[in-house]
Design a protein around this ligand. Structure first.
Ligand code: FAD
Length: 392
């Protein structure tokens, strides 16, 4: 397992640190950057992504001629770590950067690349991911939203749900069924849908945190130009899944490690302030959490090393997702116990410890074992595809 940065990664890290020192204003930094769900934080997220794009510090995996850097996975992880270290704001354009960009670069037409890539990179245009439906989440292949070809356009009818940022997105990367008569995955196609097209209704859904990150999206005879098909008809599943599974594990591992490492340090400080740090049981649980965070780092390093050797990570990435999301929940629960009754004070309550963030993290962490594939599904993947156990 390789723990050291390569000379190329070290040079990249040093260059990035100087850039951040010069280009990230102090007033934009925060020990725990807020999620970009309010108007103010959303605007900051856009401005920050735009500035990162000027330095070519987003879409780093894109080719150089598309204003990327053809960066290695190791460099992209260094970027993530350095942004956390610099306490940089969050960005909002992940769907455009990590899904739409790679999809258009690999499968799009030249006209699609020219039209959509650069605005997605600079956050001039935002994208949402229209995959999940009522009745088609874990079993996404059963999706029922229909796209029927009628001359030079598709007519889309159906409903998506849990669509993050759909209320502010300019475009949707939509999976829809173009052929109901073939095997279920083979009948799915990927379409670029302008969110301002007549017939689209977006209804925000409020989460347990009180925020409305995601939405229901209804399509009622929505006309989508035929040239907005990505790849060939019936290739939507292959395109979307190929991109989503690629490199997920190490990225997840280092992301979870980064956030949880920072939060756990805060938590140990809080336990100290509240006179709880020397209680044997609290000490034991803090130590257990610390070991978990370290395991996360090691899982990431192992996957990154394997990826560097050209190994296909495939189903093994489920390990990072499962372990990281469940560890996150354990740490948040421990935080709630240490904070005690004050944990009931909500985010905007002035007396809430750490501005109520512990409560928000705890509530939000419920979603971590659902999004991107639930824990039950990860366990099935590990059991059947990594360990080779028989189907239950
Ligand atoms: C914060 C957040 C943001 C999201 N953003 C987006 C987005 O932008 N775009 C998008 O398309 N989707 C998004 N999603 C949706 C997400 O992908 C789905 O929630 C997820 O795939 C699970 O699907 P589901 O909610 O339909 O649950 P279901 O699939 O209905 O599962 C319900 C329960 O049944 C269990 N279950 C299901 N099948 C099996 C099985 N075969 N064996 C054992 N147990 C099973 C599950 O583990 C779960 O506990 C988001 C979700 C969250 C939480």
């Amino acid at each position: 397992m390789d723990f050291e940065l390569s000379p190329r990664e070290t040079a990249f890290r040093d260059e990035l640190r100087s850039w951040l020192a010069a280009r990230l204003p102090d007033e934009w930094r925060s020990p725990h950057p807020k999620e970009p769900w309010s108007d103010a934080t959303r605007e900051l997220a856009r401005r920050w992504q735009n500035r990162l794009a000027e330095g070519r510090y987003v879409a780093m995996d894109w080719p150089v001629e598309r204003n990327g850097r053809a960066a290695t996975l190791g460099e992209r992880i260094v970027l993530q770590q350095e942004l956390m270290r610099a306490r940089a704001p969050r960005i909002l354009g992940h769907v455009g950067l990590d899904l739409v960009g790679p999809a258009l670069i690999a499968h799009g037409t030249e006209a699609q690349r020219t039209r959509f890539l650069e605005p997605a990179r600079t956050a001039a245009e935002l994208w949402c991911q229209g995959f999940s439906e009522p009745g088609a989440g874990s079993d996404l292949g059963s999706l029922r939203t229909r796209a029927q070809l009628a001359g030079d356009h598709y007519v889309v009818n159906g409903q998506k749900v849990w669509t993050s940022v759909a209320d502010v997105a300019d475009f949707c990367f939509l999976l829809a069924r173009t052929n109901p008569d073939v095997r279920k995955h083979a009948g799915i196609s990927a379409l670029i849908v302008d969110m301002r097209t007549p017939g689209i209704t977006v209804r925000p859904l409020h989460q347990i945190t009180g925020e409305a990150e995601f939405n229901e999206v209804f399509f009622d005879n929505v006309h989508v130009p035929r040239e907005n098909l990505v790849g060939a008809e019936g290739e939507g599943w292959k395109i979307a899944m190929g991109i989503l599974s690629h490199e997920r594990g190490p990225m997840w591992a280092f992301m979870f490690h980064g956030y949880m490492n920072a939060d756990l340090r805060q938590l140990i400080e809080l336990a100290h302030q509240r006179g709880r740090r020397d209680e044997p049981l609290t000490r034991q649980r803090l130590a257990d959490a610390w070991v978990g965070v370290e395991i996360m780092r090691l899982l990431g390093a192992r996957s990154l090393t394997a990826e560097g050797r050209g190994e296909h990570l495939g189903p093994r990435t489920s390990l990072e997702k499962l372990f990281g999301s469940e560890l996150s929940q354990r740490i948040r629960e421990l935080a709630m116990e240490i904070v005690g009754p004050d944990a009931l004070l909500a985010i905007d309550e002035p007396r809430a410890p750490w501005e109520g963030r512990w409560q928000r993290f705890h509530l939000f962490s419920r979603s971590e074992t659902i999004m991107g594939g639930t824990s039950e599904i990860q366990r099935q993947v590990i059991a059947q595809q990594v360990l080779g156990l028989p189907r239950g």
